[in-house]
Design a protein. Structure first.
Length: 392
């Protein structure tokens, strides 16, 4: 037996066989209240010293339509401040009157009460595909590249402040930790991904190739994310025409972020190179599965002097020219080679990832000049130890 779930009735009608689709409603009120109270108080019953909150809490629960996801995000919101004033602010929020979709409304309400720095970091997660399993370093690297992390005395490193923000988003119910054999991952519910796309829509666009026709791009777009699917079955000339249509509204010269998910061949790279010919202001370039020289896709690659976060499937020859680079991610690289001797020019580099803790770590010339590098996993001691004298 195969069980299919969907939020779209049209899909349910297409896949139904011998039985009619079953519409799933919210939890029964009694069970929902138990779940809600667990998210707020960690127990299924309201503690005696918090019973003064119950009347307001019951009214809030009535707006959540029995949704476990809404119980989680709104419950975590109420948990942050168990005062009657805060709970009444949530209950009396004008957002409740804005929509008929109670679940999405509850998620938007929870988002609206987040501190600004958490809102901003959450919204840019829209640039990753739906159902994506994030590594913490991927999210933090993106935030570093977008220049939205501010280290403090409490968290003096980018990694420290990034992990703190990620943990806060988990606590508020916007991410969920997911353990795998490859380590800890973070996932987000598809409705929360939909919310991220909505709140980021003023400057972020994400779409799948070859489905370009229905994409709406605003002139304010600065961050572009594309998933590549089944390009081998697609007509290259048609793809080129549709990308050219996008350029009528997309100001490529203002793009700050380009993220590509999926494998691509050189034919695709050539088509894309025409589309990206004027992309000179990139701060984030994420091409983990690009296995051939990046210059074949971005002819002006060596001129991307504003890069903060670079993720590639191969080591670029002119890497040392990116003086503002803070994160270099080569985890998908399967090749071999040496770092250029002038790699120490990357004076602002703070994170450096490779597929293995090997030569790509211990063979960096003048590594001591990389004073902001937060981790160096391997160092070959038969090199001159003075190379480390300047390092933090």
């Amino acid at each position: 037996m195969v069980l299919v779930t969907t939020r779209q009735k049209e899909i349910a009608d297409q896949v139904k066989k011998s039985a009619d689709p079953k519409e799933l409603n919210g939890l029964e009120p009694g069970e929902f209240k138990k779940l809600f109270l667990v998210y707020v108080f960690d127990v299924e019953k309201c503690p005696g010293d918090k019973r003064f909150l119950l009347d307001t809490g019951d009214k809030i629960m009535g707006k959540l339509k029995g949704s476990p996801l809404a119980a989680k995000t709104v419950g975590r919101l109420l948990r942050t401040d168990p005062s009657l004033a805060h709970w009444r602010r949530v209950l009396n929020s004008k957002q409740w009157a804005n929509q008929t979709n109670g679940i999405m409304l509850a998620l938007e309400l929870s988002y609206g009460f987040l501190p600004f720095h958490l809102q901003r970091c959450f919204s840019y997660s829209a640039l990753f595909p739906e159902d994506y399993r994030f590594r913490s370093c991927e999210l933090i690297s993106l935030w570093i590249g977008l220049d939205i992390l501010t280290p403090s005395d409490r968290n003096p490193t980018f990694e420290g402040i990034g992990l703190s923000i990620l943990n806060d988003l988990v606590i508020h119910g916007f991410f969920r930790e997911y353990k795998t054999d490859g380590g800890l991952r973070y996932v987000m519910h598809d409705l929360l991904h939909e919310l991220a796309l909505k709140v980021a829509s003023h400057d972020c666009v994400r779409f799948r190739l070859p489905d370009v026709g229905s994409v709406e791009i605003k002139p304010s777009t600065r961050h572009l994310s594309i998933s590549i699917e089944n390009l081998g079955e697609y007509n290259g000339k048609k793809l080129k025409r549709e990308l050219e249509k996008l350029k009528t509204t997309l100001k490529v010269e203002h793009l700050q972020t380009l993220m590509l998910f999926g494998e691509m061949d050189e034919g695709f790279a050539k088509i894309f190179s025409d589309f990206l010919g004027e992309a000179n202001a990139l701060h984030v370039l994420y091409l983990p599965l690009l296995k051939y020289p990046v210059e074949s896709m971005l002819h002006n690659f060596s001129g991307l002097v504003h890069l903060r976060f670079l993720c590639l499937g191969c080591l670029p020859i002119n890497i040392s020219k990116f003086y503002h680079l803070r994160v270099l991610d080569l985890k998908s690289w399967s090749g071999s080679g040496d770092f250029p001797e002038d790699t120490s020019n990357l004076a602002k580099l703070c994170h450096y990832y490779t597929p293995r803790d090997d030569k790509l770590h211990y063979d960096i010339c003048n590594v001591g000049k990389l004073q902001l590098l937060e981790k160096l996993k391997v160092f070959r001691v038969n090199k001159k130890i003075k190379d480390l004298n300047q390092s933090n």
